[in-house]
Every structure is written in C-alpha cells, then in structure tokens.
Write a protein that binds this ligand. Sequence first.
Ligand code: SF4
Ligand code: SF4
Length: 400
Amino acid sequence: MQYRTVPKNGDSLSALGFGAMRLPMKRGRVDEEKSIRLIRMAIDQGINYIDTAFPYHGGDSEKVVGKALRDGYRNRVKLATKLPPWNVNSREDMDKILSIQLKRLQTDCIDYYLLHSLNAGIWKKFLELGVIEFLETSRAEGKIKNIGFSFHGDRKTFHEIIDAYDWTFCQIQYNLLDEENQAGKDGLLYAASKKIAVIIMEPLRGGMLAGGLPGEVKTIYKRADPRRSAADFGLSWIWNHPQVTVVLSGMNDEKHLAENIETCNKALPDFMTDADLAVIEEVKSVFKNKMKVGCTGCSYCMPCPFGVNIPLCFYYYNQYYMVKNKIITRGFYGMQLMGGGGTPANASLCRKCGKCLSACPQKIAIPDELQKVSQKLDNWQTKLFIMIAQKLFRPAVKDE
Ligand code: SF4
Ligand code: SF4
C-alpha cells in the first residue's frame, strides 16, 4: 500500500481511503455482513483511513463501520466522520450529534472530524451557531482529534474558509472533470501550500468516469498503450498530484477493492507519462463538448447581490447533461442550492440586475443561462426530492 503524510501531524495515511457512503446493499438495506467483511479486508490489505458521515445510509453507515472496527480493527485505522449542517440548529445539537456518532462508531474519539459539505451559506450558519467553540471544546475533551471540513462551494469561499482557521485537513471533490469546479486544482494547491492535508472525494464522479462512458471516451481509452481501465486512468490522474493525501473510494466488492489497491500501489506522485496525460486531455475535451455552459467556476462573478451561487448553478446544470443518473444531480442541486442545507442560492433567485455580466471572463450571458437552469432544475421534482431527503435525514437526530 502507498502511504502519504499529513503535514501538520505526521500521520501516515494510506493513499487509498475506504469511503463508507455507498456500502453494499441487500434488499434495500446495507448488507451488514458483506460491508463488515469488506472493510476488514481493506484494513488487512493496508487501508488505514475510513470515512463515513452522520447521514450516510440514513445513519446505518456509521453503525456498520462501528461494528466493522470491533475485534482490534479500530486501533489499526484513522476514523473520519462529519458534523451534518442539515441537522444542526443550535450549539446543543452539535454536542448531541457528536455523542450519537461516538456511540454509533463504538469509540471514544474521532481521529478526523469534518464539518460536512461546507459552502458559503453553511459556513456562515455554522459560525453563527458557535461551531469553532464546539470543535475546540470537543478536541480539549478528547472526543475529536484532527479538525477539517468537506467542501462543495465556490472557489472564493474555499479560500476564505481555508484562511479562517488552523485546519489539519480538508476534503474536496476532485477528478479529471472537476479541475476547474468547486475548490478545483486552485483549491488543492492552495490548501497544500498551507500544509493542509487534502482528502479527495468523488474521484470518479460517482462512477460516471468509470462506467456508462460516451462511445468516444471508450475509444480513446481503448487506443491507449498500455491499455488500462477508465477507473485506473481516472484514479491514477488524481494520485499523480503530489498535493493529494488520500483518495476516497466507495468500494462495494472484493474485485473493486483489489483493482483500486493495484492502481494505488503504482500511482505515485508525478508518475504519469506525457502519453498518459495526453489521453486524459482527450477525454476531458470530449466531456467538455457536452457541457451546456462554459463556466470554469472562477467565481469572478460572485457575490451576487441576490444570493445566487452562479458557478454552482452552472456546475449542476452541466452535470445534468453529462451524466446518466439525473436524479442524483437533481438531489445535489436541491440540497446544496435550494435550502436543503443552508441559505437558498438557486438560479430562480436571479433578478437579472446584470451586475455579474462584466465580471465573467468567459462572456457568459449569466442571467439568460440561469433562467434555463431554473427551468430545468428549480422545479417540483427537485422540491419533492428535498422533502424526501429531509424526512430521511432529520429524524436521525433523536437520541439513539
Ligand atoms: S444578474 Fe442575476 S445572477 Fe447576476 S448579479 Fe444580478 S441577480 Fe445575481
Ligand atoms: S465569472 Fe463566468 S466563468 Fe467565472 S464562475 Fe462566474 S459564470 Fe462561471
């Protein structure tokens, strides 16, 4: 197993982390037996970073991870989980949720504790509710060790959050299509320059970069010499960045685990050849041609006086046309931008004031494009999704 070091504490983490967001399922529920077997198998093969979160699988992910880490496995890993903004409405809620998490995970300390899914609105909400005091008190009491955050906002906000606290680590969405989106490559380099370890989530965009690929992309990968799978190319490209500490993968069978370990073992920093990188560039250009709006996520147009998160609206709109699973994209849009987790910042809030227009280096007709986003994504289907998601997540805060 390849290991990489966390700059601020010297921890040696496996470059491949086990993400417990998509555990194996059986008859609509987490297949507990298979999940435990898989997590332990991963640890036996050298994986020492396990990532879960309060809402994953409606709370069952934390419970199953807790069970998997019995019998001596807990001491062999660094355990990460997250404080969910969707369930926090007071300072007291934070303590309550952490205590539920410790119980579910059958441990007395979380090694890596994250504020979940920050963007500008959620960060503001957390600050107002006293999250820094909560984090520092919990650390002083020995309930959490290292403090970080996961992120789905715009680049400018990422810089602000990085500068606002002495974080040990952060978690960003990064893959060959998201170099310019959300925190992006700029964010990766900025965090690393501040000695903040960077954990990568969605390395294959929820599987989109490994399966169900457009025919043109399949042809490009087939032509590559030596021939490798799309997943191997996609993951290797991320590990090729020396600034990356851990790449999370939601592996749900033994074959998947073995393939990822094989890729991880060879994918050292800066190991990709010019020919490999040329293949990646070709793949990127095929996907880029399918985008509806040429937004690079630079955030120069922000802030919008009416609260629209312009780059994130375009990000999900583009994603909607690039992926097969449109429900997931709609869900993310709803939870991130329509008030699922903080202040609404969706496309319908645009008042066509025109302030953003001159700031856009891509000369995008922002208000007109936002109207299209609004027609496609700000509708009853997304609202229904939010209602269902909130019903599933919120009740989980009660004492367990
Ligand atoms: S045109 Fe719309 S998106 Fe642009 S600044 Fe005005 S309200 Fe915000
Ligand atoms: S300025 Fe233009 S390219 Fe940059 S985030 Fe705004 S819309 Fe996108």
